[in-house]
Design a protein around this ligand. Structure first.
Ligand code: HEC
Ligand code: HEC
Length: 493
């Protein structure tokens, strides 16, 4: 029901008990005197934190808040520099597309829950369609369709948005794997080699020289280490705290946490910096506080979790086939955590996920509802190994890099288009394309899949069809809680 918009106090009390959720403009919350500092976060209730995070995720950023970069008349920015001097089309300060400034909210790209019905089902945290595919992240400064070499007609990356669902459970699995790998590293005696594995996933081996240092090749990469994004024990003369860190986020598996990811997303897509100064020179400082980044990361890290419908009929055979041909060596059906609590940390230390935890959430609680396991942790049914694999030259990006983290298949029935750049419009194409090259690590499994009968192949698709996205609605935040906070903050609704 819709109430008249009276701004006097008694009306808002009345409204708080009667009005519908949509009467609260959550974009008006947590502003001005109510902006969030890092020190506030631990005193907010979990759902208040999530509501504030949802505001960050869904509300359009404006120029007065720091949207865009300074100096936007320049034609381009320095490759790799997320701060300042990013030219915009028509010099209007809002839109560049080839290297960010490509949206006003996170939601614009993370909003499709399912395209199985007309119209599509939308919600908060879903995937992006082809039109949300990002050009950049790696220094894109040109797109040139006239080059003879059609695969190299952009000097950056082309990446399709995945969903954020289940992120907290994924991050907890990765953190525990990082702890295991680092324990093995510490237990490696000088002059010996130790096999590296975590939660049953192998990451090659590490060797210590007689003097205790880690054996490296000419590029500074640890000899024998595979599947992690940063294999360098030393960077610029200092111990690299990202060495042997399992990074589950980003299509390349190069982002260790939702927090790390979100810092880049805010800056890249919107020109919003997590820095008290004004690094992009747009005249606005303090664009995003560490506290605002925290609530955003906790919102992402407590997102709903994909679910599975009943596996019956052909789907039963499909799962059997996936095991037999070797899909599940990479697309590991589920991982177990030791802890049901996931800690968010600041500042983050890559190889020490227990350092500086300021906020903990119970992954078995709503809306995550991860299933408890016998060891006191949770089961994360992600269908992945959180490891990077070589996918062959035909999947390689402009710079020739064909390393991608195993895409988690939970929710896959709803998340077309597929593969890192959305080139596969159907699941069948996705399977075929990522094993097409003889050198792709997925080639043996995909070849074995293609050698199976049509009925077996269809059965695999029937199994994958049971893996569904959650609904992306947050009634627990948008109802009474939003009204209460709006009332406290004096926001009329
Ligand atoms: C213009 C589209 C776009 C916008 C806007 C956008 N994203 Fe994304 N998002 C992407 C793409 C593309 C990826 C994959 C990036 C990669 O693989 O490196 C991604 C990946 C992610 C991931 C990692 C998911 C995973 O499983 O690997 C998170 C978390 C995320 N985005 C959060 C955000 C947040 C928070 C915002 C707002 C601050 C945001 N995104 C805004 C396109 C977008
Ligand atoms: C060597 C590890 C490996 C094996 C084996 C493997 N995959 Fe994959 N799979 C990946 C990686 C890595 C990606 C992501 C590629 C990209 O981002 O372009 C992926 C992506 C996918 C996708 C697309 C998901 C999406 O949302 O984009 C599907 C579907 C898929 N795999 C199914 C299968 C099936 C079915 C098999 C067995 C026939 C299989 N995979 C075998 C590593 C593997």
């Amino acid at each position: 029901m819709k109430l008249l918009k009276l701004s006097i106090a008694c009306a808002s009390v009345l409204a708080s008990s009667l009005a519908t959720a949509s009467d609260v403009d959550i974009g008006a919350l947590y502003r001005g005197a109510f902006r969030i500092d890092q020190a506030n976060v631990s005193s907010m209730s979990r759902d208040e934190v999530r509501l504030a995070g949802m505001r960050m995720f869904t509300n359009p950023f404006l120029k007065e808040e720091g949207y865009g970069d300074g100096n936007h008349a320049l034609p381009s920015r320095t490759p790799g520099n997320h701060e300042g001097e990013r030219g915009t089309l028509q010099n209007n300060g809002t839109f560049q597309r080839i290297n960010g400034l490509d949206a006003q909210t996170c939601l614009e790209c993370h909003s499709i829950i399912s395209r199985r019905k007309v119209p599509m089902t939308f919600g908060i945290g879903g995937v992006g369609g082809v039109n949300n595919t990002v050009l950049g992240a790696g220094g894109a400064t040109f797109v040139d369709l006239t080059t003879a070499d059609k695969e190299h007609n952009i000097d950056g990356r082309v990446i399709n948005p995945p969903f954020i669902f289940g992120a907290g459970g994924v991050e907890q699995v990765a953190n525990e794997m990082t702890i295991e790998l680092n324990a093995l590293l510490h237990a490696t005696a000088p002059g010996t080699t130790k096999a590296l594995s975590a939660k049953g996933i192998t990451f090659g081996s590490v060797t210590r020289n007689a003097d205790g240092s880690i054996q490296t090749d000419a590029n500074g990469n640890a000899v024998g280490v595979v599947g992690v994004f940063d294999p360098r024990p030393i960077v610029s003369g200092a111990a690299n705290t990202d060495f042997l860190t399992v990074a589950p986020f980003g299509r390349k598996g190069n982002q260790k946490s939702t927090r790390t990811f979100d810092i880049g997303a805010l800056s890249f897509h919107f020109g919003m910096q997590v820095d008290p100064g004004d690094p992009d020179g747009d005249g606005v400082s303090n664009e995003v506080t560490q506290g605002e980044l925290s609530v955003l990361s906790i919102f992402v890290g407590t997102a709903q979790v994909p679910f599975q419908t009943e596996v019956k009929g052909a789907a039963v055979q499909g799962f059997k086939v996936m095991n037999e041909v070797g899909c599940t060596a990479c697309h590991v059906p589920s991982m177990e955590t030791k802890s049901k609590n996931h800690g968010f940390r600041f500042p983050e230390v890559g190889n020490d996920p227990l350092a500086n935890v300021f906020y903990t959430v119970d992954l078995t609680k709503s809306p995550m509802n991860f299933e408890k396991n016998k060891q006191g942790g949770v089961t994360v049914p992600l269908f992945a190994d959180l490891k990077r694999h070589f996918m062959g030259p035909s999947l390689a990006e402009f710079n020739g890099d064909a390393m991608f983290t195993t895409m988690r298949l939970w929710g896959v029935a709803d998340t077309a288009p597929y593969l890192h750049d959305g080139r596969a419009l159907t699941i069948r194409d996705a399977i075929r394309l990522h094993g097409a090259d003889a050198t792709s690590e997925a080639n043996p499994a995909v070849s074995a899949f293609l050698a199976r009968s049509a009925a077996d192949q269809d059965a695999v698709l029937a199994f994958l069809d049971t893996l569904r996205s959650p609904d992306g609605t947050f009634p627990e935040l948008l109802g009474d809680l939003a009204k209460k906070v709006a009332h406290q903050q004096g926001v009329a609704h």
